[in-house]
Write a protein that binds this ligand. Structure first.
Ligand code: FES
Length: 141
């Protein structure tokens, strides 16, 4: 007998078996902040130690509040999930508050990802911080 399963069911099962927590899987499948912002106030990019690339787009208002962010990513499920969480954590915060967000904060939301994927969290955070720091330098904040 063949059981019909959807692609996302199959992905969910594979990721769960690989050690991804449910929140991490949901963030990865939903990809709610993947893409770009046409009129971004800042665009920045970083290449991870694995060779994968992340590009971040930021919308920042006159009070230095991050109104929106998007990522374009050539990377793994861990990188995508971590980047999506990063956006959720920085949205509505000031640049300086967002610069305090660290890998541990992202990991807490993800609940779990395989240990060999922890550098992917770093890539998401470092890319965000790079964009924010560059914005600060350019605007001399
Ligand atoms: Fe390259 Fe995860 S971002 S392996």
């Amino acid at each position: 007998m063949v059981t019909e399963i959807t692609i996302s069911d199959a992905e969910r099962k594979m990721l769960s078996e690989a050690g991804y927590g449910d929140p991490a899987i949901n963030y990865y499948l939903e990809k709610k902040y993947m893409g770009y912002i046409e009129d971004a106030d800042k665009i920045s990019q970083k290449i991870g130690s694995c060779g994968d690339i992340m590009k971040v787009y930021l919308k920042i208002d006159e009070n230095h509040i991050i109104n929106d962010a998007r990522y374009e990513i050539t990377g793994c499920a861990g990188a995508i999930a971590a980047a999506m969480v990063t956006v959720d954590l920085v949205k509505g915060k000031t640049i300086d508050e967002a610069l305090k967000i660290n890998d541990g904060d992202i990991f807490k939301v993800l609940e779990n990802i395989p240990e060999k994927k922890h550098h992917c969290i770093q890539l998401a955070v470092k890319t965000m911080h790079k964009g924010l720091k560059e914005y600060k330098t350019e605007k001399i904040l």
